[in-house]
Design a protein around this ligand. Sequence first.
Ligand SMILES: *[C@@H]1O[C@H](CO)[C@@H](O)[C@H](O)[C@H]1NC(C)=O
Ligand SMILES: *[C@@H]1O[C@H](CO)[C@@H](O)[C@H](O)[C@H]1NC(C)=O
Ligand SMILES: *[C@@H]1O[C@H](CO)[C@@H](O)[C@H](O)[C@H]1NC(C)=O
Ligand SMILES: *[C@@H]1O[C@H](CO)[C@@H](O)[C@H](O)[C@H]1NC(C)=O
Length: 955
Amino acid sequence: MSIHLLFLYLWLHPIGAHNLSRSMTPLCLKDEMSALLQFKERYEITNVSDDDPLTSPKTLSWKNDRDCCSWDGIKCDENTGHVIVLDLGSSFLNGSIDNNSTLFQLAHLEKLNLNDNHFHYSQIPSRVGDLLRLTHLDLSNSYFSGQVPTEIFKLTRLVYLNLCCNSDPCERLLEMKATDLRSLVQNLSSLEVLRLGLVQMSSEVPNTLANLSSLRSLKMRGCKLYGVFPSAIFHLPKLQFLVVSENNALTGSLPDFNSSSPLELLCLDSTSFSGELSSSIGILPSLGYLDATDCKFSGSIPASFANLSNLEYLGVTTNPLTAQSISSLSWVWKIKKLTILDLFHNNLYGEIPPSIRNLSHLAELHLVGNQLSGTILPQLMNLTQLGLLNLKQNKFYGEIPSSIHQLQNLQALALAKNDFSGTVELDNFVKLKHLELLQLSSNRLACRTSSVNAGLPRLQILGLASCNLREFPAFLQNQKDVNWLDLSDNNISGEVPFWVWNGTFKYMQYLNLSHNFLTGLDRYYPINPSIMYTIDLSHNMLKGPPPEAPPSILSYIVSNNRLTGELPPWICNLSSATVLDLSSNNLIGKLPICLGNISKSLVILNLKGNNFHGSIPEVLLRGTQLRVIDLSDNQLQGKLPRSLANCKMLEFINFANNSIVDTFPSWLGSLPELHVLILRSNKFHGAIERHKSSSAFLKLRILDLSINAFVGKLPMEFFQSWNAMKSKMGNFTYMHRNLKPKCYLDLTYYGDWDFSMIVAYKGLKLYYPKILEVFTIIDLSSNLFKGEIPDVIGDLKGLQGLNLSNNSFTGHIPPSLGNLTALESLDLSWNKLSGQIPRKLTELGFLSVLNMSYNNLTGSVPRGKQFDTFSNDSFEGNLGLCGEFIYRKCRDSRDTSKQPSTHKEDLGSPIELNWKIVLLGYGSGLVIGVVIGNAFIPWKHVWFKGNARLRQQPR
Ligand SMILES: *[C@@H]1O[C@H](CO)[C@@H](O)[C@H](O)[C@H]1NC(C)=O
Ligand SMILES: *[C@@H]1O[C@H](CO)[C@@H](O)[C@H](O)[C@H]1NC(C)=O
Ligand SMILES: *[C@@H]1O[C@H](CO)[C@@H](O)[C@H](O)[C@H]1NC(C)=O
Ligand SMILES: *[C@@H]1O[C@H](CO)[C@@H](O)[C@H](O)[C@H]1NC(C)=O
């Protein structure tokens, strides 16, 4: 879609092997002919397509009976007859290559082009280094992998070297050591074109690169370069093309350019280049393409850019401290030749000026992610060349003008996430002859559709989330090329029609129907097509068994429905799945052993809120990718699987509300990334043992062990290594993972994952649909812990919530708790704490919820600061406590009439429990459960008042 045309003129085709004069040249040499034929034999010619005139299966024409110098792709020396050019670019060769290849017998080769074939991830054979006469070597886009052999650096005559983009797009890329990059630069000093895109180097850019004085083109996109880019390279006298995009750790700044510079193309996008955008860019006479998006440039875009009369592509993001009005960019509208304008995420505000109509060549306008407002201008309709209009994530409002149909060349129209309103007749958009992408999601639009046959089947990407749709758009049946479909958050009810998932959409990769009122699938069949990456049917009313997904699936999300039955066997075939979310349904049965088949790829496993029982299979946790496991709110039994300890990436573990019988899993302490551990309301028992390791739970920030049967003292060592909790500093972003699989380039096909949980905080049991990274709480309530509260808790300076209630802690309240200056909620109620309340606790400036009731505390309640805001509720049930703000005044106080309440009186009497978690208890003191209603309804928190019985103190 985007910029291919522009790149065509930038394409340096190194080898011209046509129009050979045949008359006087000698015939080719026998041994070379036989070498060529043997080479040919080794490769299958597959997937030949006639669509592209630049490709052809050249070797097919090679026949034993003819002069090989006349074969396709071959050129011989006119005097000697030696083969000097072998151009097999885009020749559909399919097979591996190694040092035994007869290719290396062609010792006189000067130009070798194997671009765009499939060599099955072969290493580049080191014998390439024998072809000492080579001046041109092109091995790009041909599925080579592994280390680039150092023998290549013997080819000192090379002027053209292209090893670019041998991508999968997975990890099997070419690699080059930092020292090798230096040798390359040193030895191949005649290079004019050096293309190393996606060759993984993890290297700094050597200063010596600036010695390659003949260099015209240097392309090193996505090479993992770091360090400072040597600014002398910008000044290479012949340099026309410079690409160092997508090297996030590469820093540098722009120099003062010289007007004699022949620079035509400059791509610095997705690097860490910083500083001001040099205004001297404006004097580069030939500059046609400037991409500085996703860098760290600051300041504004210099007005001198207006002098770039040859500029066709401008892509700039800056990182200005203050927002900039788009009207300050008035010079942009004067660059007449501009074809592509890319100003996304620039903090621009204001309205697009009418003078935009001057850009009559404009083919792409990207203004995504700014603060732009206003309506869509009529002047935009004058840009008849416009193929791509991306105004996503701004504040545009008003109706989408019907005149937009005048933009007959429109291929992509992205208006999502604005404030557009009114009714949209979808059939009209679909009539745009070239439209492939339509994104109207998340506005205030009412989308309507009537016709089945609107438009030609060209749409590939259709986003109509929150568009007030009541049914599936009928025209979709005819848009068979759709591969990305988002109809989430509409009012679509009833069954999903068969044609949505029976293979009508052969290329469907992403299907999001979440947040509707769907009740089921029209028929029960596997979802077709067979290659699909994301299915999101969550938050509907789907009944019956989970809809069957193809094995290719990466994200399978059917949470918050009414699905029933056991986990179907096909689940175990989803061996590529990274996300499996069947949470909040009515599924039953045991977790099958065969889930082990899919554990290797799983990143997120969410089965919470079902009725699974039985033990958790060890094999489920074989994977090393797993980051999130949530099996809470089921009836799982047995022990915690010990294999959890192998999942080194785990960040989030939630087994709350099951029937797991085990001791404290101190063996989880070795998980280096563990951030959240919730074991609430199970049958954990026994004492917490001292750690052997001094580096356990380093990153833990949320620990909930409440409502179990842990006993004994809390060892000091338990808290000592919790480094994350010791810091008040932290990340105020939400815990969030991008689910883009490592090797997929297009992130629009994959969702994001927000961590969520239910925990008690400030006395409320809350559902957190997102979790701040910095959120830090410990809840050990309702266990049988005894002994003193360890002093070292006072070191956990990041703590915001501490709940030790309903245990049998004795001794004094450690004054060190007064060091927890981030603390907002402290519950020590229903213990046997004695002594005075430490005065130091009045230092806790954020404390908004305090409960010390039902202990044996004595003395006067300290006064001042936060403590003046707590009422009697916080302190009742302590016979020896007195104070101005509680019922029992201290002796010297004027009013002594009211008596303190006692345990006995309180039991059974209605108690104001506006903030407590209410427990059901019985005589023995063993806690059996928590009164939680439908706590799984998102966005709603649940708490209870009155009417429940407090359990008795365990004794
Ligand atoms: C090259 O050929 C020899 C003899 O046929 C064989 O032993 C050797 O394994 C081959 N080398 C490679 C890299 O295939
Ligand atoms: C812009 O479009 C309008 C309406 O189609 C037309 O009247 C006007 O002449 C156009 N202006 C330019 C500069 O093309
Ligand atoms: C899908 O279902 C529709 C409607 O039932 C039918 O017309 C169409 O032929 C089916 N397509 C495929 C590929 O099975
Ligand atoms: C905070 O977390 C986000 C997301 O994980 C990360 O991108 C960012 O770099 C972090 N910031 C700090 C200061 O650690």
